[in-house]
Design a protein around this ligand. Structure first.
Ligand SMILES: Nc1ncnc2c1ncn2[C@@H]1O[C@H](COP(=O)(O)OP(=O)(O)OP(=O)(O)O)[C@@H](O)[C@H]1O
Ligand SMILES: [Mg+2]
Length: 249
């Protein structure tokens, strides 16, 4: 078992039941600092519930949940966990359609710890620099003056990822980012997340196996609230138990 001190996320023996149904069942999942992990598994496996537990939306009945080696997340609420540096992207994009791309980012940045630190010193230029940097990362430099409403579905997802980056999180949780994207957008999203993972820890939940292959990272397959298989995509996708409950559907 990895030394907890080297981890960005450490779940051990975590369980949660809803009306007696164990959505998460003795789950242990460890993410090293700086790691990007892909999570797969059939509908109802507990992937989103796992994210709910990490972000404080759902309180586990049992087990430990540690962030950044030492922070016991079970003692913090959702708002505190966001401030601690865990950003979450839900499946549906929630950008402000009537604002420009740039203003969406500016709004996201105004709440960030990094900008607050510099509020009374050259805050303007720092903010502009960050916005330019994020626009590059999310492939929207040429769309900065567009209303978000005009963006494609994929571009809205990227903008929302950019808004998360504006909060300067240490860990990003991304739930089904490529659902509804074109093939080209899906491939670009894999590249984009690989770039982001150079400076952030990331958990990506996805059903799109082509996309998971493009990510090129360690994979965890959840089933009935616990880890069924873990390792390289080749290892996990040739695991007969994974084929039986998921890939062979
Ligand atoms: N708040 C809740 N109350 C009751 N049951 C819940 C709640 N949240 C999740 N569940 C149940 O827990 C199980 C796990 O759901 P979850 O949404 O985590 O699965 P998932 O792996 O994200 O599936 P999908 O791939 O379909 O998104 C499901 O049976 C779901 O109905
Ligand atoms: Mg889900």
């Amino acid at each position: 078992m990895t030394n907890r001190a080297d981890t960005i996320l450490y779940l051990d023996g975590v369980s949660v039941a809803f009306d007696g149904f164990k959505a998460i069942n003795n789950l242990s999942l460890v993410l090293k600092k700086g790691e990007m992990r892909a999570i797969i598994g059939p509908n109802g496996a507990g992937k989103t519930t796992m994210m709910d537990i990490v972000t404080g939306k759902t309180r586990p009945d049992d087990g430990s949940v540690y962030f950044d080696g030492t922070v016991d997340l079970t003692t913090h609420d959702e708002a505190e966990i966001a401030i601690l540096g865990i950003g979450r992207k839900f499946q549906k994009p929630t950008v402000f359609e009537s604002l420009t791309v740039e203003d969406n980012l500016a709004l996201a940045l105004s709440g960030s710890r990094r900008v607050f630190d510099k509020l009374f010193r050259k805050a303007g230029t720092e903010k502009d620099r960050r916005i330019r940097e994020i626009l590059e990362t999310i492939r929207l430099t040429h769309r900065r003056d567009w209303l978000a409403a005009r963006l494609s579905h994929g571009q809205k997802q990227w903008l929302e990822i950019g808004m998360l980056l504006g909060q300067d999180p240490k860990l990003l949780l991304v739930d089904e980012p490529v659902a509804g994207m074109t093939d080209a957008e899906t491939e670009e999203t894999a590249r984009l997340l690989r770039e982001i993972s150079a400076s952030h820890s990331v958990i990506v939940v996805e059903h799109d196996m082509h996309f998971v292959r493009e990510l090129g990272v360690k994979v965890t397959c959840l089933h009935e609230g616990s880890v069924l298989s873990e390792g390289s995509l080749d290892h996990v996708s040739s695991d007969p138990r994974v084929v039986e409950v998921y890939l062979g559907r």
